[in-house]
Write a protein that binds this ligand. Structure first.
Ligand code: SF4
Ligand code: SF4
Length: 320
C-alpha cells in the first residue's frame, strides 16, 4: 500500500476509506469552531447535557482539535451506514434502536479507522495520526459538516443527501496538510418539522439541539437514573434507544440496508418473545449482548428499561 506519485494522498485516503467499508469520507482543515462555542456553552449551562457532565468540560478543547492534538492540520471524517431495512420489534416485544442491533459500533469503526491510520502512515511515515470514535472531546457532527458529509437536521443529526442520517461518524486527526472538501452549506430541512412534531417527548429544541432530559435515546442508554414516570408513558415500547425522529425524516425514505454483516441483529434476539424479554436472565443478557452496545448498560438498568417499555405500552392501552 504505497501512494502512487500522480494522485493526491487525499484521494487515496478516501479510496482506502471506501475499501475498508466506509460509506462516506471527507476532509476538513483543522480550525477553531468558534461559532459552536457559544451554542455548546449555552446548552450545557441550561443543563441540557443531563448526566453527561463531561460534555460541559473542555469546551475550548472540544471546539479546537489543535488543542486536543497539537500540530493538527487536517480532520478526516468517515461515515458508516447502519440502517437496517428489517426492523426488530412487533408482537409486543420491547423495541431496540437500529444502531444497537449488532456488534458495538465503536469496535467496528475503531478497527476501520486503525486501518486508515496505518495507510496514512504508509504514505507519511512521520505523520502523527490519532483516530477517535466517541472517545475524545471532538464535535464530530460539526466536523462532519465541515468535511462536506451533510447538514445538521432539526433533530441535530447529520443528514447526507445520498444515505440519509442513519450513519456513525469516525474521526482521524493528522498533522499533515491534505486537500479539503467544501463544508456543507445547504440546509435541506426547509420548512419540514416532522421530526420535531413526531418526537414522543418534545425533546427537540428549536436550535437543532436535544434536551437530553427528555430524549428517549439518552434516557434508555446513558442516564444513570430511573426514567421519570411522566416520560415512561411516552416510550411507546422502546427499551434501548429511539429512532423516531430519523424514521419520519423524508431524507431517510430511500435509506439502503447497511453493508456491515456485524451490524445484523442476531437471529436469536430477533426470535425473542415478550416473555423471553421479561424473563431475560443475567446469564443470557451477558451471553447475548456482551459484544453489543446494549452490553454497555448494566443488567439491572437494562431490565429497568424493559419494565418501563412494557409499562409504556400498558399506559397507552389504558388511555385508549
Ligand atoms: S431520539 Fe426519540 S426522543 Fe430523542 S429526539 Fe429523537 S424522537 Fe425525540
Ligand atoms: S424530519 Fe424534516 S426537519 Fe427533521 S431532520 Fe428530517 S428534513 Fe429536517
Amino acid at each position: 500500500m504505497t501512494a502512487s506519485v500522480d494522485r493526491s494522498s487525499s484521494v487515496l485516503i478516501k479510496e482506502y476509506a471506501a475499501e475498508v467499508g466506509f460509506d462516506l469520507c471527507g476532509i476538513a482543515r483543522a480550525r477553531s469552531l468558534d461559532e459552536h462555542r457559544a451554542i455548546l456553552t449555552k446548552w450545557t449551562y441550561a443543563g441540557m447535557n443531563g448526566d453527561m457532565a463531561y460534555l460541559g468540560h473542555n469546551i475550548e478543547k472540544r471546539t479546537d482539535p489543535r488543542i486536543l492534538v497539537p500540530g493538527a492540520k487536517s480532520i478526516i471524517v468517515t461515515g458508516l451506514n447502519y440502517y437496517s431495512e428489517k426492523k426488530q420489534g412487533g408482537n409486543g416485544v420491547p423495541v431496540i434502536s437500529r444502531y444497537a442491533y449488532g456488534v458495538n459500533y465503536h469496535d467496528i469503526i475503531r478497527g476501520k479507522l486503525n486501518k486508515i491510520s496505518d495507510f496514512i502512515k504508509s504514505i507519511y511515515p512521520e505523520a502523527f495520526v490519532r483516530s477517535y470514535v466517541d472517545s475524545a472531546p471532538l464535535l464530530e457532527k460539526a466536523w462532519g459538516r465541515e468535511a462536506g458529509l451533510g447538514w445538521p437536521g432539526k433533530h441535530s443529526l447529520l443528514i447526507n443527501r445520498e444515505i440519509g442520517s442513519f450513519f456513525f461518524l469516525g474521526v482521524i486527526v493528522v498533522n499533515i496538510d491534505l486537500e479539503y472538501d467544501q463544508a456543507t452549506e445547504e440546509d435541506s430541512c426547509g420548512i419540514c418539522k416532522l421530526c420535531v412534531d413526531s418526537c414522543p417527548t418534545g425533546a427537540i429544541n428549536n436550535n437543532r439541539t436535544i434536551d437530553t432530559h427528555k430524549c428517549i435515546a439518552f434516557l434508555t442508554l446513558e442516564s444513570k437514573s430511573l426514567i421519570p414516570d411522566d416520560l415512561v408513558s411516552k416510550l411507546e415500547g422502546r427499551a434501548f434507544g429511539c429512532d423516531k425522529c430519523q424514521e419520519v425524516c423524508p431524507w431517510n425514505k430511500s435509506a439502503k440496508h447497511h453493508k456491515t454483516p456485524d451490524f445484523e441483529l442476531p437471529a436469536e434476539v430477533g426470535l425473542m418473545t415478550a416473555d423471553d424479554w421479561k424473563n431475560l436472565s443475567r446469564k443470557d443478557y451477558k451471553r447475548l449482548f456482551k459484544t453489543s452496545a446494549i452490553g454497555r448498560r448494566t443488567y439491572c438498568r437494562f431490565m429497568d428499561n424493559i419494565v418501563a417499555a412494557y409499562a409504556s405500552v400498558s399506559a397507552s392501552v389504558s388511555e385508549s
